[in-house]
Ligand binder design. Structure first.
Ligand code: HEC
Length: 508
């Protein structure tokens, strides 16, 4: 106040103008360029990247891949093959499937554009089709590309759609062969049955014929024992990797070998139970590169080879649905081992279904927040395709970059019960216990949860139809998660003890 009395009016005005200009300078610094509309800057380890939405309001983008002239092509589960037009940036639809069968996880899934389009102008898609009201099939179909149209469909493979676990991805091998990863159809027995195309890695010539050097004469089977593979990628050395959804345990990333057996349904993840050891004795089994329990729901997979983002060079990038992240699995020099897993963009964009690395070193991911099993993350503009591209450090201000890498410092703020529930139950019954209408029953005011303890314990130990068995959980963990469910969703009922679990296990 004293100071003001010393100022005349002119000085006072100048002081104000000065303050306003300082403020506005501060404001523009903050909003430019980091808070540029719809883009954000993230720091990986030492590389800054800008994340920019390339397309939004999509109906479950399922695959992203490179088209001719470095275009970005993608599928929507709703039955559309699209590209992002290089000039306008708009989405252009090249094909809409007329006979799509879409229910829950079926629909248009994987796609690959042949890397040599000038000589072999083919694209391959994996989808499920409605043959009649009662007959659904899964297919791999080749289309020929001609000036932004897809013509002359040729069915490479048609197989039963069954009821679920549709997979599916397609890839072109360095030797020009077509590789297909198929789901077991939610029929466990298919995966170990060499006569069934379900639960397999299959290998074809691009005309649909069977290569003469496949492991079984006149069979497309290249490897088997898979459950629901949604990721397929070749490294620059030509090694084939895939990702596979486990049941209640053991999601996997595998290195695929000719004639390899990946174990499902006899073996989940590593060979670590007495039954698994017995089965493994008589089979040539290939253990996973990585396995995850609790499950994470791994989907799209790509090998990153560019020097553009050094922290990702020679890593597998894995799109994670349930875990809401992009995982990076650094490989050893030979590409045969991976010891560490880094989590990027955890919970930043929700469920991630697909990932693609373009030749210029940019990475593209597709969100899956409006698919059949959403976990409540969907934003107004979901689902989206996001571009992750390196930016020069000088062009940005460090303090406004968001950290992309999750740091697991072991400090868990949630209760043990909430963690177990989140890891093992929430993907189906949802964090709020309200389930998914017609598919996953609500646990809130549920007769089984509120009812007799033996019945509740047995149901979770044994599973029922689509509800997996949780007998692998220890008595301690089981008591904690079931007590949590009761307390949270049916507050009137008593707690469940380890003895309750022990007794029920003994009576089975
Ligand atoms: C993969 C999805 C899935 C997961 C994970 C899952 N459940 Fe379920 N659950 C189901 C389905 C589907 C049903 C209905 C089974 C039926 O009756 O056909 C069900 C049924 C139940 C029921 C009986 C409800 C009723 O009305 O009959 C209880 C209780 C239950 N689950 C608890 C749990 C608990 C606790 C966990 C975690 C330890 C869990 N579930 C994990 C899918 C799942």
């Amino acid at each position: 106040m004293k100071m003001m009395t010393c100022m005349n009016v002119k000085e006072y005005m100048i002081a104000w103008l000065f303050m306003i200009s300082i403020l506005s300078l501060f404001y523009t610094c903050k909003s430019d360029p980091v808070q540029q509309e719809n883009a954000s800057i993230y720091l990986l380890d030492s590389t800054y990247v800008r994340v920019t939405p390339m397309a939004s309001h999509l109906d479950v983008p399922w695959e992203i891949t490179g088209g001719p002239n470095d275009e970005i092509w993608f599928t929507e589960q709703a039955g559309k093959v699209n590209k992002i037009d290089a000039e306008s940036g708009h989405v252009k639809t090249l094909l809409t499937l007329p006979d799509l069968y879409r229910e829950r996880t079926s629909g248009l899934l994987g796609m690959v554009v042949h890397p040599n389009m000038s000589e072999t102008p083919y694209i391959f898609i994996a989808y499920s089709a409605r043959k009649s009201d009662h007959v659904h099939v899964s297919r791999v179909v080749r289309y020929t590309y001609k000036t932004d149209t897809l013509i002359n469909p040729l069915t490479i493979l048609e197989y039963p759609a069954w009821k679920g676990h549709f997979g599916a991805r397609v890839a072109i091998a360095p030797d020009g062969k077509l590789i297909v990863a198929t789901g077991d159809g939610a029929q466990d027995e298919n995966a170990q049955d060499i006569a069934s195309p379900n639960g397999k890695i299959l290998r074809f010539n691009v005309d649909g014929s069977i290569p003469s050097d496949n492991p079984f004469a006149n069979s497309a089977v290249w490897a088997w024992g898979l459950r629901n593979p949604q990721g397929l990628a070749f490294s620059s050395k030509g090694i084939l990797y895939n990702s596979d959804h486990g049941d209640a345990t053991d999601d996997e990333v595998n290195m695929i070998q000719k004639g390899g057996n990946y174990g499902w349904p006899k073996i989940a993840g590593y060979v670590d139970t007495p039954e698994e050891r017995l089965f493994a004795k008589d089979s040539i089994l290939v253990p996973p590169l990585q396995a995850w329990t609790p499950t994470i729901a791994p989907a799209g997979l790509v090998y990153y080879t560019s020097a553009e983002i050094p922290e990702w060079k020679n890593t597998l990038l894995l799109a994670i649905l349930k875990g809401n992240s992009l995982y990076a699995l650094p490989l050893n020099k030979e590409g045969t081992k991976t010891d560490t897993v880094y989590h990027f963009f955890e919970r930043a964009f929700g469920r991630i279904r697909a990932v693609y690395a373009s030749p210029d070193g940019a990475v593209y991911i597709a969100t899956s927040n409006r698919d059949w099993n959403p976990n409540g993350f969907a934003g107004d503009d979901d689902d989206r395709i996001l571009q992750i591209k390196k930016v020069d450090k000088k062009a940005i201000k460090e303090e406004v970059a968001l950290k992309a890498k999750a740091i697991h410092d072991g400090k868990e703020t949630r209760s043990e019960g909430e963690v177990l529930y989140t890891n093992y139950c929430a993907s189906c019954h949802k964090p709020n216990g309200r389930g998914l209408m017609g598919t996953y029953p609500a646990l809130v005011q549920n007769k089984v949860v509120e009812g007799e303890t033996t019945n509740f314990v047995n149901l979770v130990l044994n599973g029922k139809k689509e509800m997996p068995s949780f007998s692998f959980l220890s008595d301690h963990d089981m008591a904690i998660v079931l007590s949590y469910v009761r307390k949270k969703f049916a507050s009137k009922r008593g707690q469940i003890s380890q003895d309750d679990i022990k007794k029920n296990r003994a009576n089975q």
